[in-house]
Design a protein around this ligand. Structure first.
Ligand SMILES: *[C@@H]1O[C@H](CO)[C@@H](O)[C@H](O)[C@H]1NC(C)=O
Ligand SMILES: *[C@@H]1O[C@H](CO)[C@@H](O)[C@H](O)[C@H]1NC(C)=O
Ligand SMILES: *[C@@H]1O[C@H](CO)[C@@H](O)[C@H](O)[C@H]1NC(C)=O
Ligand SMILES: *[C@@H]1O[C@H](CO)[C@@H](O)[C@H](O)[C@H]1NC(C)=O
Ligand SMILES: *[C@@H]1O[C@H](CO)[C@@H](O)[C@H](O)[C@H]1NC(C)=O
Length: 352
């Protein structure tokens, strides 16, 4: 709109200036030239002042601008997982893929957030992460961003107690973080039901599960069935929030942001037991993935969870980046945390 007005203004100024000069060139009397330029000036001025009342005649209307913004938001969120990894002499590094795209990373302005940014973003929030060891590694990366290193050393032992929950409140920013050990999807469902029973909801909920089921049940249709039950419990939860995850309950403006922590790419020959190598095959992995898409839990399939695409991230980091064919170098979890934080900024329309 603004741009259009400036162009129109310039055009009008040119007409007002050059038409009378042209007429003067045609040997009209000075009075006629003055009259013509005056008449032109007045009619153009009237036109320009009328434009705002008839915006539909002009292409650059405000609604078109906000439509473009929505388009950018949607496109940005769809490429936020698009991260590349590089190995160098002192380990791995990562960054968003900025090559060969019409909508580049620069347009989306993704950023690796520092401690201060994360503190601002998560100030006063309750974050719940539930899942298996992948989710625990995700929590480690998130805390690495929020805490300073000696604080991190102090909590390391508690955080890594096998198969246990972990709870921390980071006082300075009022961040409450819960890790809930949930190896199976039905553990996630129980958690969601408890939120509903307690009528307390986190601001950010990160969930993911599948590896344990694959190893101990090796039955993708059963996994799919458990995802269905989870989906139903999430749908039960959502009436408290509107479809955008925005709370329409007692505390308006609060939102529930949900993320699905995807399974990593498994590297079969590196898996550390024979049982794992036999059961956790490439075919079984893709059957489990199919069940996730069929369950419609993910936003991309019409559900509520935004996918943190650990499968793609770990695959891109590559074989050298994995310790045991299942757990990856911390750089993968660090990247997934930043993907989540950037998606969170886009979703909540926050600008840092
Ligand atoms: C993409 O990023 C790399 C490093 O992150 C940088 O060296 C390169 O110049 C960037 N390319 C473009 C087109 O921005
Ligand atoms: C967090 O929010 C509180 C109140 O909203 C504010 O006083 C405090 O400075 C904030 N802390 C940070 C680290 O942003
Ligand atoms: C998770 O679910 C399994 C299977 O139903 C159950 O045996 C286990 O106790 C649950 N674990 C937790 C931590 O709730
Ligand atoms: C529900 O409330 C109980 C009792 O206050 C608490 O122990 C439990 O952790 C809560 N569960 C959830 C999922 O908020
Ligand atoms: C897999 O799970 C489904 C659904 O729970 C069940 O009907 C089926 O018998 C199971 N298959 C095997 C081989 O255990």
């Amino acid at each position: 709109m603004f741009f259009g007005a400036i162009q129109l203004g310039l055009m009008a100024a040119c007409i007002v200036l050059f038409v009378p000069m042209g007429m003067a060139g045609w040997h009209l009397s000075r009075n006629k030239v003055l009259f013509c330029s005056g008449a032109l000036f007045i009619s153009l001025a009237v036109c320009i002042h009328l434009i705002p009342y008839f915006p539909s005649f002009f292409p650059q209307t405000p609604s078109a601008v906000s439509f473009n913004q929505d388009l950018t938001t949607n496109s940005c969120i769809s490429i936020v997982n698009d991260v590349n990894f590089h190995s160098n002499f002192d380990g791995f590094s990562w960054n968003w893929d900025n090559s060969s795209r019409s909508l580049g990373i620069n347009d989306c302005d993704f950023q690796k957030l520092g401690r201060v940014d994360v503190s601002d973003l998560l100030n006063g929030s309750w974050v719940v992460v539930a899942g298996d060891s992948q989710a625990r590694l995700f929590v480690v990366s998130l805390l690495d961003l929020v805490l300073v290193s000696d604080e991190m050393e102090n909590i390391h032992e508690d955080l890594f107690k096998r198969h246990s929950d972990y709870h921390i409140v980071v006082e300075e920013i009022g961040l409450k973080l819960d890790f809930i050990w949930s190896p199976y999807v039905n553990n996630l469902t129980d958690l969601v039901i408890n939120f509903k029973l307690n009528n307390t909801y986190p601001d950010v909920l990160v969930m993911g599960s599948g590896l344990w089921h694959m190893l101990h049940f090796t039955n993708y249709s059963d996994y799919g069935a458990s995802l269905q039950v989870l989906k139903e419990s999430v749908v039960q939860l959502l009436p408290v929030f509107n479809t955008d995850g925005e709370d329409v309950g007692p505390d308006p403006g609060r939102a529930l942001h949900m993320f699905w922590l995807g399974m990593p790419t498994l590297i079969n020959r590196l898996l550390n037991t024979e049982e794992k190598q036999v059961k956790m095959t490439r075919e079984m992995c893709s059957a489990y993935d199919q069940e996730l898409y069929k369950s419609k839990l993910l936003k991309q399939n019409g559900g509520s969870f935004f996918l943190l695409d650990v499968k793609m991230l770990s695959n891109r980091c590559g074989v050298d980046c994995s310790l045991d064919g299942m757990h990856y170098n911390e750089v993968v979890y660090e990247a997934s945390v930043h993907v989540m934080l950037n998606a969170l900024i886009i979703e909540s329309h926050q600008k840092l």
